[in-house]
Ligand binder design. Structure first.
Ligand code: ZN
Length: 323
């Protein structure tokens, strides 16, 4: 259906729905649920491609359709003359069995283990592992949520891990400066900041050091001015609260956990405990090099993304990712 006629149909339907009684609307609701409303994966991806409608190689928007490879539409760029499809240079590039991706995304929605997801989807563990990290790579490290109102923040540490690595690096060697995965501050620890507001917006960046500068660099830009910031006694947050003109509630004394009945850091500490028990318990520990993927997964779960939203988030957009 063309966009114009869809909009006009949608207006008619909305008008009709508004004129119904709640009971009549419930009948319509049930009829819609009875339909198979699942969108095939390619139908979900195509509109995301169409929004940008650009060449993944040179970003030109001068494209034309260039035949099909099997059922898959190919395009050719008028600028660089290269051909591509709607998955080229996205995290979905060269992944097979796209008819099962939605079922896999559902396993991610349920935060299942690799073994559970593999069994659920009829794929092997290697594929389940590849898909998990491809589905998360677009959102990894993308902590762009804006926090406002009452904001809670705290830091926590996870043990550095080379889980799954065939060549375990000795701690001293691994701590060499400049290493891409050198995220530890304390001996064998990775520092993570977690902040959440009362509307459930969340960020959870990995800190390269648990310092005032690093906390400010990963947190200040996400706070809306004139919010209320709840933190522990750490001095790092005093300057940030001042800079962002926030009312700062410091929960310094362990005996006083709630100030004025509303200001506390129990939500953020609950989220931290939840994350730790998920990765260390159910997931049996995660490799530090994949930690930003698990943090992205945790944000998606916190935002209650459904399987189709998980797929859309995984697609990310053609301009950013691998080949
Ligand atoms: Zn091009």
């Amino acid at each position: 259906m063309r966009t114009k006629s869809f909009v006009s149909k949608l207006n008619q339907i909305t008008y009709a729905l508004l004129s119904m009684t709640p009971a009549q609307r419930e009948v319509v609701h049930q009829s819609i649920q009875a339909l198979d409303t699942e969108i095939p994966t390619d139908e979900l991806i195509q509109p995301l491609f169409d929004i940008l409608s650009q060449c993944p190689h040179c970003h030109s928007t001068q494209l034309k359709k260039w035949g099909k490879a099997g059922a898959i539409q190919r395009y050719r760029c008028n600028g660089c003359c290269k051909t591509f499809n709607n998955k080229t240079k996205t995290p979905f590039a060269k992944l097979h069995k796209c008819h099962i991706w939605e079922a896999y995304a559902h396993c991610m929605e349920l935060k299942l283990t690799l073994r559970q997801a593999a069994s659920e989807c009829g794929i092997n563990l290697k594929t389940a592992f590849l898909w998990r990290h491809r589905f998360l790579m677009a959102q990894a490290g993308k902590n762009d949520d804006k926090l406002s109102g009452i904001i809670e923040v705290d830091e926590f540490f996870l043990a550095y891990s080379e889980k799954g690595s065939k060549t375990i690096t000795l701690p001293k060697k691994a701590r060499k400066r400049g290493s891409a995965i050198d995220k530890r501050t304390k001996e064998g620890q990775v520092a993570i900041l977690l902040s959440i507001d009362r509307s459930n917006h969340m960020i959870n960046p990995i800190l390269s050091a648990d310092t005032t500068t690093e906390i400010a660099a990963n947190f200040a830009a996400n706070i809306v001015d004139n919010s209320v910031l709840c933190s522990d006694g750490s001095w790092a947050y005093v300057a940030i609260a001042k800079e962002k003109n926030c009312d700062h509630k410091r929960l310094i004394n362990n005996k006083i956990r709630v100030v004025d009945k509303a200001y506390h850091i129990q939500t953020v500490n609950g989220a931290i405990a939840h994350f730790k028990s998920w990765v260390n318990g159910k997931m049996k520990g995660v490799a530090t090099k994949y930690l930003s993927n698990y943090l992205a997964w945790f944000r998606e779960s916190n935002a209650k993304l459904d399987k189709q939203q998980i797929l859309a988030a995984a697609y990310g957009g053609q301009q950013h990712y691998g080949t």
